[in-house]
Design a protein around this ligand. Sequence first.
Ligand code: F6R
Length: 374
Amino acid sequence: MAPHNLTTPVRPWAPVLDDPERLRQGDPLGMVGILSSLPEQLEEGLRRAREVVARLPRPERVTVVGMGGSAIVGDLAAALADRYGGPEVRVRRTPDGPRDLGRRDLLVAVSYSGDTWETLRAYQQGLRTPAGALTVGSGGQLRAVSDAKGVPHAGVPEGLPPRAALGYLLAPLLALLARDVPPLAEALPGALEGLARARQGWAPVVPTAENLAKGLAIRLRDRTPIVYAPLPLVGVARRWQTQLNENAKVLAWHGGLPEGAHNEVVGWLEDPRAEGFAALLLEAPGEGVWNAFLPGFRELLAERLDVVAVRPRATAFLPALLELVLLGDLTSAYLALLRGVDPWPVTAIGRLKAKLADRGLGGTPGRGSAEGEI
Ligand code: F6R
């Protein structure tokens, strides 16, 4: 075989992403497989959550407290409630609990580990209001506090990274919304079927040339991603960003449209550092207003950036949202494999949590308690 020289294109990704053995070696704990189980997680999670959710009154407003891979379910639920006509859902990513809750509010604390300091503190402060409450997680102090106070708890299976348990974590909120919003309940079965079908095209066995998730990972290999979405899908753009951060271990950002077209666009067109970025534009399905807006924004950005439009195959909101989430998840995991990093560990987050635990904030039971800080 002729040696590579400067004029021979080097394509190191093809052997990685299209070689099952190398994919297995690069992902020893099976992140790709767990992320791919989103449809099954949602199905099982919905089954498990039904009983807990049946005990809750119909809320006028839902306030979700949480951080990171747990909090994102609040953004997705907010988008769905907004689109299908449910209650207002808002998300608070802060240790300061909501103070404005009344009897018709529902406080939902979501923490996979159940030991995240910010979430525990916000939750316990929120419990001082007259609102109803629900907690979601796999145990920890959140479960213990809920049991002690008689707050319903939707349990999820243990042993997963929080960001890889999205289906389980989202299911209780989805079940609650679907209970009270018939159009959402009606859209669910078809959406789960569509998601399982879409997944087939992004599986590890599908070669790069036909696999959109692998293709996007290659596109992002040497670029810093900025993920834009129209406001209804901005939570999905945030999910892409955080999955790229945590799985692929890269810098990434997200932004919402049309706001980004009124400020960030100036930086993209005039800052010389824009050159190394790729903009991913997630499209909202069936939205004439967005479809009219996006081409102009795309054309402007394309003057300086590598721009990729990501269009879901589904034309209805719920299936498109789920499809885009899974596509982003798999893109981030394939990017990790391309970069030769294990998508599973998030050492930096663990180090930060250990520092908090050393100061008695959150952490595992026995290493400190959020109670003491409130
Ligand atoms: C790690 C991950 C993180 C966590 C966050 C909060 O996989 O997704 O973003 O979700 O550190 O922790 P939990 O979810 O346990 O409350």
